[in-house]
Design a binder for this molecule. Structure first.
Ligand SMILES: *Cc1c(COP(=O)(O)O)cnc(C)c1O
Length: 403
């Protein structure tokens, strides 16, 4: 039988759950794009977009997904033949490197594998070896959504400074923004990219690039810049159409206004980060308890301090992860994330990985519900697992919300 009738829950690492309020804010007639309420409302977005990245510097909005804002950043930062150093801790770091290489950037990849945090000693050594300072930018994911590894950005800044290297620090916060603590200015980040459909709880279709004054000055003559991707008019206008190089993404902007109200003006950014930390901790507690009765079930990232608070990658042993995902989606209304980049599709072990998304508009009952559904699926499918996972997950939440 199926018990999936009811409200479905998309627990994948993006797109994330959209609040009904965001959808309602978008549900309105087409606005005038030349003057009036839309153009006035957009002026209120700029300070809040800066606030959500903890910066006072520049921000550009693009009608784009995450892959496109990689290209936006590349186009503004580089000329053909420039050098970049990319830290890879999973599928997304490698993909970003590929987009830069495809437009003629000479990319050196430091690949730390799929389960280990970036080694800042290796980063510092690579930068010291670049005695003529040819590396223009250091690119990293904050959270690699495939591995769920989180990179320590202040430690990366310290490594660049220790090497006395002038490269720009460029961070992909597509999975982490509005989930994991991120402080662009305080942490010395020059360029940050993100997108609308994860922590920001808006449908896919808007991308963002924040850039420092230093990045603006260093990149003034970049040869890969094209009219659409040029971050100058996207950030500065001054005519309304110039922010978008054409028609504004009208309804996404209404949705974004509502989500930023929720994040910044109701819950508060520090509380948003704290909520994600607790919910992530409850997922980890459940997986650890399952692991105690079946060592094939395990967290992908062993050390909690290197784990994302937005998504958790886990192994369940092939083919159990795929079977479990199918069961939870079709029998219980919870869609879990596929394993991404952990093994090639033809590799039989690829059915042994899954991810639990816990980003954005997610609260205690949703995360506990998703974990309980996973356990129900393990019972249904006879997947061996340790006991006490749900009690352990509930205890994490109960202890955090005692006061
Ligand atoms: C989701 C994601 C991307 C890709 O975003 P798309 O909108 O799917 O193109 C890139 N980087 C990270 C870290 C992501 O989480």
């Amino acid at each position: 039988m199926t018990l999936g009738f009811g409200r479905p829950y998309l627990a994948i690492p993006g797109p994330s759950v959209m609040p009904d309020r965001v959808l309602r804010a978008m549900h309105q007639a087409s606005p005038n794009i030349y003057e009036g309420p839309l153009t006035e409302m957009v002026q209120t977005l700029w300070p809040d977009l800066r606030a959500v990245a903890c910066t006072t510097q520049n921000v550009a909005i693009y009608i784009a997904n995450g892959h496109a804002v990689w290209e936006a950043a590349n186009a503004n930062m580089f000329s053909r033949g420039d050098k970049a150093l990319v830290l890879a801790t999973g599928h997304f770091g490698l993909s970003w490197a590929g987009t830069a290489r495809a437009v003629g950037v000479e990319v050196e990849v430091l690949d730390f594998g799929k389960s280990n945090a970036a080694d800042m000693g290796r980063v510092e050594a690579a930068l010291r070896a670049d005695v003529h300072h040819e590396i223009r930018a250091v690119l990293t994911t904050h959270v690699d959504t495939a591995s769920s590894l989180r990179t320590d950005i202040p430690a990366l800044r310290a490594a660049i400074d220790a090497a006395k290297h002038p490269a720009l620090l460029v961070v992909d916060c597509i999975a982490s923004l509005g989930c994991d603590e991120f402080r662009m200015d305080e942490w010395g980040v020059d360029v940050t990219v993100s997108a609308s459909q994860k922590g920001l709880m808006v449908p896919p279709g808007m991308g963002f690039v924040w850039f420092s004054e230093k990045a603006r000055a260093v990149c003034r003559t970049s040869g890969l810049r094209t009219p659409y991707w040029d971050w100058g008019p996207r950030a500065d206008g001054p005519d309304f159409w110039q922010y978008w190089n054409g028609t504004a993404p009208t309804h996404h902007l209404f949705g974004l206004r509502e989500s930023l109200n929720m994040i910044l003006h109701e819950e508060g950014l520090a509380n948003v980060w704290a909520r994600h930390a607790v919910l992530a901790g409850s997922v980890w507690a459940a997986i650890d308890a399952w692991n105690a009765g079946n060592p094939e079930i395990a967290m992908n990232v062993a050390d909690a301090k290197h784990r994302s608070h937005a998504v958790t990658a886990a192994r369940f042993g092939a083919p159990h992860a795929t079977r479990l995902r199918e069961w939870t989606e079709h029998r219980a209304g919870v869609t879990l994330g596929i394993g991404l980049g952990m093994a090639t599709q033809s590799d039989p072990t690829s059915s042994g990985f899954l991810r639990v998304g816990h980003m954005g508009h997610v609260n205690a009952h949703m995360t506990l519900g998703a974990l309980a559904v996973m356990e129900a699926g393990m019972v249904a499918l006879n997947i061996p697992h340790g006991s006490g996972a749900l009690a352990a997950a509930a205890a994490v939440i109960g202890r955090a919300a005692r006061d």
